[in-house]
Design a protein around this ligand. Sequence first.
Ligand SMILES: Nc1nc2c(ncn2[C@@H]2O[C@H](COP(=O)(O)OP(=O)(O)OP(=O)(O)O)[C@@H](O)[C@H]2O)c(=O)[nH]1
Ligand SMILES: [Mg+2]
Length: 433
Amino acid sequence: MNSAILQYPERLKAARERLIGTSINDPALNYCIAGLARVEEVLRRPLRVVVLGENNSGKTSVTDLIIGQGLLPTGVVSNTHVPVLVGYGEQPAIYGVDYDETRIRIDSDDGDDPLTDLAYRAVQVMLPLPALKNYQILDTPPSASPSAFVGDADIVIWCTVSTRAWTESERAAWAALPKRCSRNALLVGTHKDGLDTEEDVAHVKERLRNLTSGLFRDVILVDAEGVQGGDAVADDDPWNGARELRDGIQRVAESVVERRTRKAEKIVRRLARLTFHHFGSDEVRPDSVDLLLRWQTHAKHLLELLQHGRQTVPESIETLLVTYAYYAEKLRPGVVRAEDTVSGASARALTAPIRWPQQTTAAARLVQTLASDLTGLLRMLAGQSTYADPAVRAEYQTARAIVLALADLDGAFDALGRMLGSSLVSEPVARAS
Ligand SMILES: Nc1nc2c(ncn2[C@@H]2O[C@H](COP(=O)(O)OP(=O)(O)OP(=O)(O)O)[C@@H](O)[C@H]2O)c(=O)[nH]1
Ligand SMILES: [Mg+2]
């Protein structure tokens, strides 16, 4: 997987800790810190694999096969009339989850068989297996409505008995699940051992693929009949399908994580933008008030031109950036050309082609956002800190730099850098309306 994706939660954590480290007590900044913590938490949550299928289709056996055959406790294996969530724990432990969500440890050695004695809503099994740090597995009980279990599923596995696979009732049950389930679903055919030859295996696999085309990411056949509750079986024999199944889950997991990260990046950018616009204690230097007003009039005019179709989106962006550069130079001479002062933008982006958005409402909104970001930046250049203490001022500057990096305004600045090139920053002229 792309390492930037894997490192993203760490990057957020580092930024958040540096923000906390500035010890600035600013409501917008506090809001940002709390938001970052929340996003990190969501990103670090293990994925949830939900194992579904009709009665006796091998759900529990497949759950056991995924974690390592024989590792699921016997009491649990023989009692799957409630959902069983298998997750990571430093020490092996089994909990009963009550209807009021209280957890009671039930794997003590007092001789009772608490798994059958008490009515739990669910059972939670904790095992010290590294793979379970990345995903939890929910083994579901025989149920008339599998949709009850997919609410927070990231990956769905449907178990079917290979020798009689994909019956009409299975088709109907799968069709009743939310459409999004298919995006990250695997079809697992159990009882592979009931097929005589490799040819039969290939034939059943092909048949299943054809019958369920578009419904699953992959079809995997397994022999899931293991030594349950006994010693773990070494599964270096590729025939039982355990490795193929784990690889399949891993592939789906990677795409889920990637999508989750992209979403998080968007949220963080929005959060950082919002923070950037609301935090700080600068006041505009008296000599800069007029320049700022002129910029605002200018930007407003440009947005109107766009709205009335007199300028295209690319033209509007270019003009906005050139205009911004002009005012930025006026407010703080040298700021535009000293590349890292403005953006810290990398050379990578300077060589990449700009993909201007099409002329749509979304694109117009993008230009508007850009204008307001640029206003925020100019305000920053036009500001003087109200803090006399240079140490506090420096902390504000640090915090601002972190927030700006999170807001990732680089795209805009890269384009700016490219357009300016070596040319001089001249007074921009808005097109005649
Ligand atoms: N031969 C063979 N037997 C299997 C396989 N998978 C499961 N079984 C057996 O089939 C029976 C049902 O398997 P389970 O894993 O309990 O099925 P389940 O879907 O969890 O059953 P419920 O929770 O009662 O719906 C058990 O006796 C398993 O040992 C397989 O791949 N091959
Ligand atoms: Mg079961």
